[in-house]
Design a protein around this ligand. Structure first.
Ligand code: NAD
Length: 359
């Protein structure tokens, strides 16, 4: 890969290769944009098949965080990090602390958090070397498990969609099909049960399905069938790429509102196919921003307060509403409208930064 061409094409500010011989650390930190604030994004610990694969992943993820933070109305930019290796085999305190020193050296341009292959306990270790970390445990002033907030935000995304489609934010009597009842999906089920929603679930882990049936009386279907359940809202809460040329023609829902990242297999083409099929799509990075909004509350001058954080997460309702309105006004897909809203916010506030009086 020609690195400067690649990072220039999508305008990355900084890409840092991190190495520590003693602990075996090999990591890349990508800061896509700090135009709205420090680039916040998690640290992924993954056994990439090649350096190029890891680099491509961190670049893609960092850029997505810029859009996600901007669309969520946060004063944060986009960044992400990857550590090469198998977390079960290669993760040590020494390696995490060596990594944390690289994060610290960026002076706050990049704020890290947990992601695939890293945990809150790992972030507590990172905290020993740098204050530029979020998602540490409550005892260290952190905000705890982000999945709870992600699920709560998803509920409010569903309410925004319900208001749009059915003229009422209530989900009583609606039917929601949830694919994946892990951390986010399970917390979502609790909210849906409170709303007295009919629930159908599927998960590759039979125990998770059994738990959903026992806890909220959900109906269960096979993993291959969940997207085709006749329902009001289909909620993909497991893997990305689930909205594709095979699944979209089989959808029998009015809307898709889920937490899974990168749900559209083919970007704009999948978004157009959904619109053509008459399915209202709540863009994933807007609907699933509750966890990010919650974690951003750790940066508040007064520190993290759970009640204030939950109030902030409810803003997902307004954010999704704004996307739906923009899509209608511009005659574009909801996915395109979400991108545009994020880009407009970055452009508008970047202009404000330019006229900031130097101190
Ligand atoms: P998780 O690993 O706790 O749960 C995922 C669940 O999906 C598991 O129960 C797993 O068994 C199941 N699953 C895996 N493959 C499946 C398949 N093909 N069909 C059905 N079920 C399947 O993960 P999570 O934290 O709940 O996150 C779920 C999704 O939401 C992921 O895509 C994640 O990137 C995204 N997300 C999570 C958060 C968060 O706060 N946790 C925030 C934003 C986005």
């Amino acid at each position: 890969m020609d690195v400067f061409d690649r990072i220039g094409a999508d305008d990355y500010e900084q890409v840092v290769f991190c190495h520590d011989r003693g602990s075996g650390l090999r990591a890349i930190i990508a800061v896509h944009s700090t135009r709205l604030g420090p680039g916040l994004g998690g640290t992924r610990f993954y056994p990439y098949a090649s350096e190029d694969e890891g680099l491509e992943d961190v670049l893609r993820l960092a850029r997505a965080m810029t859009h996600k933070a901007a669309a969520a109305g946060l004063d944060l930019g986009g960044g992400k990090a990857v550590i090469f290796g198998d977390p079960d085999r290669d993760k040590t305190e020494a390696l995490l602390r060596a990594y944390a020193r690289h994060v610290d050296a960026l002076g706050g341009r990049y704020l890290t958090a947990e992601d695939v292959g890293t945990t809150q306990a790992d972030m507590d270790i990172v905290r020993k070397e740098t204050r530029f970390v979020t998602g540490v445990s409550r005892e260290l002033g952190g905000s705890g498990d982000p999945s709870i907030a992600t699920a709560y935000g998803l509920l409010w995304a569903m309410k925004a969609v319900a208001l749009r489609l059915w003229g009422d934010t209530s989900l009583v009597g609606r039917h929601v099909a949830v694919a994946g009842v892990g951390k986010v999906g399970r917390a979502l089920l609790g909210h849906l049960a409170e709303e007295r929603t009919r629930i159908t679930v599927a998960d590759v882990t039979p125990a998770s399905v059994e738990r959903a049936v026992a806890e909220v009386g959900a109906e269960a279907v096979a993993v291959e069938k969940i997207h085709a359940v006749e329902c009001d809202i289909y909620a993909p809460c497991a893997m990305g790429g689930v909205l594709n040329t095979a699944t979209i023609p089989e959808l029998r829902c009015a809307a898709v509102v889920g937490s899974a990242n990168n749900q559209l297999a083919d970007g704009a083409a999948s978004a157009a196919a959904l619109a053509e099929a008459g399915v209202l799509y709540a863009p994933d990075f807007v609907a699933n921003a509750g966890g990010l909004i919650n974690i951003a509350e750790e940066l508040a001058p007064t520190g993290y307060h759970p009640d204030l954080a939950l109030a902030a997460v409810r803003r997902v309702f307004e954010n999704v509403t704004a996307v739906l309105q923009r899509a209608e006004a511009d005659g574009v897909t909801t996915a395109a409208a979400a991108d545009k809203l994020a880009e407009d916010r970055i452009a508008a506030l970047s202009a404000v930064h330019q006229i900031r009086i130097p101190t």
